[in-house]
Design a protein around this ligand. Sequence first.
Ligand code: DLL
Length: 432
Amino acid sequence: MFQKEYETMPRRELRSLQLERLRWSVRNAYDNVESYRRHYDQAGFHPDQLKKLDDIRRVPFLTKEMMRENYPFGLFARPMEDVVRLHSSSGTTGNATVVGYTARDIEVFAEVVARCLAAYGGTKKDVLQVAYGYGLFTGGLGLHYGAEKLGAATIPIGGGNTDRQLMLIQDFGTTMLACTPSYALNIADHIAVKRPDFKLRDTNLRVGILGAEPWSEEMRLEIEERLGIEAYDIYGLSEVIGPGVSAECEKKSGLHIFEDHFYAEIIDPETGEVLPEGEKGEIVYTSLTKEACPVIRYRSRDISRLYHDDCVCGRTHVKMEKVSGRTDDMLIVRGVNVFPSQIESVLMEYEGTEPHYQIVLDRRGAMDDIEIQVEVTPAIFSDELKNLQGMASGLEERIKSTLGVSAEITLVEPRTIERSLGKAKRVIDRRQ
Ligand code: DLL
């Protein structure tokens, strides 16, 4: 463990540390950010009302909209002279969200990522290839600083250029590879099609550090098998810090949230009500130590569940289930709520499919139409037409019985769905 004293802190002690830090963090926001002050004054909330941890429920939520309205620096609690780094979300809809870090924030960011790497068995003897994008996205630099903090030899290659990735894995003796799960599959495909001579299993690569997008258990198995690695989940979001909010441990059952820095709650996304432990809903985060950009009760839109399970790894921090989707990812098709991750699970359980798919939504008259394009293995594709038709209708039936919606399945040739270097684009919505 990278910071055992925090990661295994007895719950009582942890809660009292959280309360102390919560008070500091809310004060930091209220005293130094005008938008927070106005927001709280209007709602009749004052930081002095925080007497115990549960009082956090009195604090009004922070939403993505509020972050956008304050573009670029409106939510900063420190002057620019104290800010040493800026990151930003891509901002495909509306203003981008900008986050700033003080030197101390960067230190914490590196520490939590180093904790993740240690949880996957990483040590300073490792050689870590960072294939997340560098730049405004927090993935590349986040993993980079964490790997250096751990003392690993860090390779800042960034995303893409798969042949070069393979060359470095071989020549530099890479032991851990950090990238999105969709890019990991992309690498597996590339080897299968273009470099069948390349034997990944003969290299030192043994661990994948995969995150930044939802991926199913079925996809984990596929990646582990095809790349011959252990694939671990890493989670985070720019607003809260970047990667390193939570990580799986060797048990690979849920991700420990580093609760000495991030306080998590689950709410009902419709009513905003806090749900009891174990129930599924939207995760809300509060940063407990961030100086430049405090987020207090930030509605992440990510859907998960929180629980404690006396983990064998010894960490006392709460676990979150693998994120199954986002409230704003949820597709409403003919009135039925559908998550892309549910579709993925059905597709991947079916023999002959490849883990590359796209969901295309359209409107035919007044009706929503859903088409799922999924790649099949070369062997299946060269099969007789009637077998392909049988497979498509088999999948349609399974989608219907599992999700309750009818979808049209189109089986497509291997390698026809566009590959991503970073986060995959699974849904094309043409309904507007
Ligand atoms: O994706 C940070 C990150 C970089 C995490 C590298 C892990 C590895 P954003 O671009 O702000 O930050 O996107 C955050 O991505 O709210 C989730 O919806 C999704 N996400 C991130 N990690 C996971 C994961 C980075 N492990 C948004 N599983 C989050 C599922 C994830 N979804």
